[in-house]
Design a protein around this ligand. Structure first.
Ligand code: AKB
Length: 315
């Protein structure tokens, strides 16, 4: 029987992934852990523990006590916060991965670890970025993602560890909020539109970035983890793609619902980070190897975001 541990369960991806895995594998079989207190959306839905992933002993003890078979390691510092504290970003992102990979070998676990479009850099082809290409990230977050991919590949080859990974684009969700990323503007813009009818973007109007609605990201993650091992050919993380848009384009999509919505632009330190990333991603390898297919385009995503956020914010 599958016994799952999600580390970093109270973050943007963690909350929704925990709920989706609990619905599929049973509440009692999906253990949520985070250094933060339990997210209210998780309260009462299954087991939770406060856990510092850097504490290898505590993590090992939890895995043994709960007879865990699979770990989703989601604890990380993202691109914008990573630039503010690069040392912490390296120590947390790589330190936690290394420990979980070692634990995976010791306890024969299956592991999921997220990479990102941030693993690419300014020398990468920016349109339809291929699965295999130049990777020279220039942010510390991106460096941890590229190094992390190589580390996962090493453990897979050297120790036959079953570790799987995708390169998430910017993720858009209404249930749980993102924090510390460069693509966060694409969530903040909906809060601005509903609460104030306006939003100031920290990226310039024509900055295109790869993005995805959270339901697609959760489906992709679960689909990859359920795929028979023989079909997983890539040692590195899989490119994953759905939508690519700019602040101007998402503002236009929102204006179709809220015609008075106003956007202004004040690019800040996030801009060079976004400029170093791809504009769109070629994910044909994931589509061919394990049948990945996105469901949400810009219009559909805008509809669900506005509908659900209006209810959540009671407006
Ligand atoms: C970020 O903006 O840092 C993240 C990412 C693209 O990995 N959302």
């Amino acid at each position: 029987m599958e016994r799952i541990l999600i580390i970093g369960a109270c973050g943007q991806i963690g909350v929704e992934l925990t709920l989706a895995l609990r619905a599929k594998y049973g509440n009692e079989n999906v253990f949520a852990a985070d250094i933060r207190e339990e997210n209210p959306l998780l309260a009462g839905t299954g087991p939770f523990a406060i856990l510092d992933v850097m504490d290898a002993e505590a993590t090992r003890a939890l895995v043994r006590k709960e007879k865990i078979t699979t770990i989703y390691l989601l604890a990380a510092l993202l691109s914008a916060t990573g630039e503010k504290d690069p040392k912490l970003c390296w120590n947390l992102n790589i330190g936690s991965l290394r420990q979980v990979l070692d634990l995976g070998v010791e306890e024969k676990l299956k592991i999921f670890w997220p990479s990102s479009i941030a693993a690419f850099g300014p020398t990468t082809p920016r349109e339809n970025t291929p699965q295999r290409t130049i990777m020279e990230p220039t942010t510390m977050y991106g460096i941890t993602k590229y190094a992390g991919e190589l580390l996962c590949q090493y453990y897979k080859n050297k120790f036959s560890l079953d570790v799987r990974s995708v390169r998430y684009p910017g993720l858009i969700s209404w249930k749980s909020e993102p924090g510390g990323g460069t693509t966060d503007y694409a969530v903040e813009i909906f809060y601005g539109a509903i609460r104030e009818g306006k939003y100031t973007s920290f990226l310039s109007e024509n900055t295109f970035l790869p993005m995805m609605y959270m339901d697609d990201a959760i489906r992709a993650t679960m689909q990859l983890m359920e795929t028979p091992i023989e079909k997983i050919k890539s040692g590195m993380s899989y490119n994953l793609s759905a939508i690519s848009f700019s602040p101007k384009e998402i503002a236009e999509a929102i204006k179709k619902h809220i015609p008075s919505f106003q956007i202004s632009y004040k690019p800040d330190f996030h801009q060079p980070i976004a400029d170093s990333w791809p504009k769109s991603i070629d994910d044909s390898v994931a589509r061919a190897e394990w049948g990945w297919k996105h469901e949400y385009d810009l219009e559909k995503m805008t509809d669900v975001m506005l509908e659900n956020l209006k209810k959540k914010l009671k407006q």
